[in-house]
Design a protein. Structure first.
Length: 450
């Protein structure tokens, strides 16, 4: 039998032991070497400033100024706050509160005080993967900063808005995300990324106190390096799955499957010499590389009377045949559709000599996500879009021919114009940055076959 004293002693030992058992909430990674990663060595960030410091890459500029300048021009340097359009993504993250109110009755998310890292990883997984290396206090601080920024903008307090923008500008897909934290995907095969190393194309010394070695990255020259953040499909292993970019999925299951033989880095870094200024639909060289595009206009004089009843009485009804041929040369659909609404539109217009419109047609190309992967309602943002109703985007390596057969009664000169426009936010409003990709104009007289 135990004495009271020994029972008390056992209880104390047991209580002490419990203290050192990891709680299920902060389970440690399985495997060898995780304790040598940046976050394990320096500890999880407790504040936004600590998180910036954890993967701070500003000093890389001292010796890699060209690479650094190129990276600054890329979207990777503005993956949450943004320079081109500050706050747009921050505002999108804040929609978690609207989503929670309207569609997440089981999330227990009412105010900033409830926000956890888990609520934000549906976006941060790609936009700020290092957020996983922070405590919940950082999630709350970050959302608090977004709200401060939003309110300051609303109240025209530009000074406060700028302070927030500057504070958050260090939070992005920095050099150390690609060259350290996310440089290894298969950690049980290749080991966890080591805190004193930058991963590159060879093993060699690196003349930097904090990172004295360059180690060959197993994936830097593979599509996987990019694919890890560019979407293989909906993330079904999350408690509430999200889907945004799906480029890597289509790259694997469509582009490669159809015989495509280039990788992301070929097209986005090497071919157009963009290097770390990794670009897409806004860059002239990428726009040019994106697709083959041609238009053929064929006037036809038909014998045997008009096909269009409104021209009854006209003996020879002239018709206009317009063929638009397109072939997507990218490694994934165009567009890929993050955020929802991104689309390409093709306008075909025929005008008479006096400028009046004789014909107009508009087609759009985009993936149409399914709301929560059920039914026929379109999902709006990454929180909702886990399915697909239909995808009318231009798929890689496929020829698309749009054919128009237009009866034209005008006897004089006409003007045919064809325009392909990329709409990053789905709207043609100037503030939403529509980009004209291809334009074709031809004047001709019907009956003159050239
Ligand atoms: C004090 C100067 C200096 C600083 C600071 C510096 N580097 Fe380097 N880095 C070099 C030199 C020199 C090389 C080796 C070039 C060579 O031999 O090809 C190099 C090589 C590299 C390579 C390998 C390139 C390859 O061949 O694949 C990578 C990746 C790299 N650095 C990333 C970084 C990152 C990320 C940072 C910031 C965390 C950084 N460097 C900071 C000087 C520096
Ligand atoms: C699977 C990775 C991934 C996830 C998850 C993700 N995004 Fe994105 N997001 C991207 C990529 C890649 C782009 C850029 C590609 C593009 O423009 O099509 C992008 C673009 C955006 C843009 C447009 C940026 C601009 O200024 O052009 C917004 C806004 C955005 N995401 C918000 C969000 C929000 C909010 C969430 C979470 C609900 C989220 N994203 C989740 C990868 C992701
Ligand atoms: C989105 C991921 C990504 C980011 C962010 C990134 N790199 Fe790279 N880096 C790469 C890839 C991929 C290559 C290999 C490119 C190739 O093989 O054409 C590379 C190559 C390099 C090289 C060797 C070749 C060269 O271009 O000189 C250096 C040095 C380098 N990166 C430094 C940096 C620095 C410094 C930063 C931050 C300013 C940075 N990288 C940010 C992915 C990235
Ligand atoms: C750590 C995650 C991550 C990695 C790794 C990554 N990206 Fe990105 N990438 C993003 C996010 C997030 C965005 C969207 C940034 C924004 O606009 O908010 C983006 C934007 C882009 C864009 C611009 C899209 C636009 O709207 O203009 C291109 C192109 C791109 N990435 C290609 C690549 C390539 C190629 C690689 C590999 C060398 C790569 N990415 C690696 C996360 C990543
Ligand atoms: C064969 C060349 C090629 C390959 C391979 C390729 N891309 Fe692209 N990518 C392009 C071109 C050209 C564009 C510009 C058209 C556009 O923006 O849609 C583009 C656009 C993009 C965009 C913007 C998407 C959008 O909605 O418009 C992203 C993001 C992107 N690429 C990422 C990637 C990633 C990640 C990979 C590898 C998994 C990859 N790309 C492979 C050529 C390529």
């Amino acid at each position: 039998m135990f004495s009271t004293r020994s029972v008390r002693a056992i209880a104390i030992v047991f209580a002490l032991a419990l203290q050192f058992l990891p709680s299920p909430g902060d389970a440690q990674p399985a495997g060898i070497g995780w304790d040598n990663t940046i976050v394990a060595r320096r500890g999880k960030a407790k504040t936004v400033t600590e998180l910036s410091a954890l993967y701070d890459s500003t000093h890389c500029r001292d010796c890699h100024p060209k690479v650094y300048r190129a990276w600054e021009l890329s979207a990777h340097s503005e993956s949450i706050m943004g320079k081109r359009r500050p706050g747009r993504k921050a505002l999108a993250w804040l929609t978690i509160f609207d989503v929670a109110k309207e569609e997440w009755p089981f999330t227990k998310l009412g105010s900033v005080a409830d926000v956890k890292i888990e609520h934000l990883m549906g976006c941060a997984r790609c936009h700020l993967p290092q957020l996983a290396d922070a405590e919940d206090s950082v999630a709350r601080e970050l959302i608090g900063d977004f709200i401060t920024w939003r309110d300051a903008k609303k109240n025209k307090d530009f000074e406060t808005a700028q302070v927030v923008e500057e504070k958050l500008s260090e939070l992005s897909v920095t050099c150390l995300i690609c060259h350290n934290r996310n440089a290894v995907v298969h950690k049980w095969t290749d080991g966890f990324p080591s805190w004193r190393v930058v991963y590159g194309s060879a093993n060699k010394p690196h003349p930097v106190g904090k990172f004295p070695a360059v180690i060959m990255s197993p994936i830097q020259d593979e599509a996987l390096a990019c694919g890890q953040c560019h979407g293989a499909g909906p993330l079904l292993d999350r408690e509430s799955p999200t889907q945004c970019a799906t480029g890597y999925g289509f790259y694997l299951f469509d582009y490669k499957a159809r015989g495509g033989d280039e990788i992301c880095q070929d097209c986005h870094m090497r071919k157009e010499n963009l290097g770390h200024n990794i670009q897409s639909y806004r860059d002239p060289s990428m726009i040019k590389a994106a697709l083959d595009f041609s238009v053929e206009v064929t006037p036809i004089l038909l014998h045997g009377g008009p096909l269009n009843p409104s021209e009854a009485g006209v003996k020879d009804a002239p018709r206009l045949r317009v063929d638009v041929k397109m072939m997507n040369r990218a490694g994934h659909p165009i567009p890929d559709g993050c955020p929802t609404g991104t689309k390409l539109i093709l306008d075909v217009t025929v005008k008479s000599a006096d400028g009046s419109e004789l014909f107009f047609d508009e087609k759009s190309y985009m993936p149409i996500p399914q709301d929560y992967a059920r039914g026929d309602k379109m999902g709006r943002g990454p929180f909702e879009k886990t399915g697909l109703i239909i995808n009318t985007a231009l798929l890689p390596l496929r020829k698309v021919t749009e054919r128009y057969d237009i009866p034209i009664a005008a006897p004089d000169e006409i003007e045919v114009s064809v325009k392909l426009t990329y709409l990053p936010y789905g709207s043609t409003k100037e503030v939403d940055d529509p980009i004209v990709w291809r334009e074709f104009v031809k004047k001709l007289k019907l009956g003159e076959i050239d």
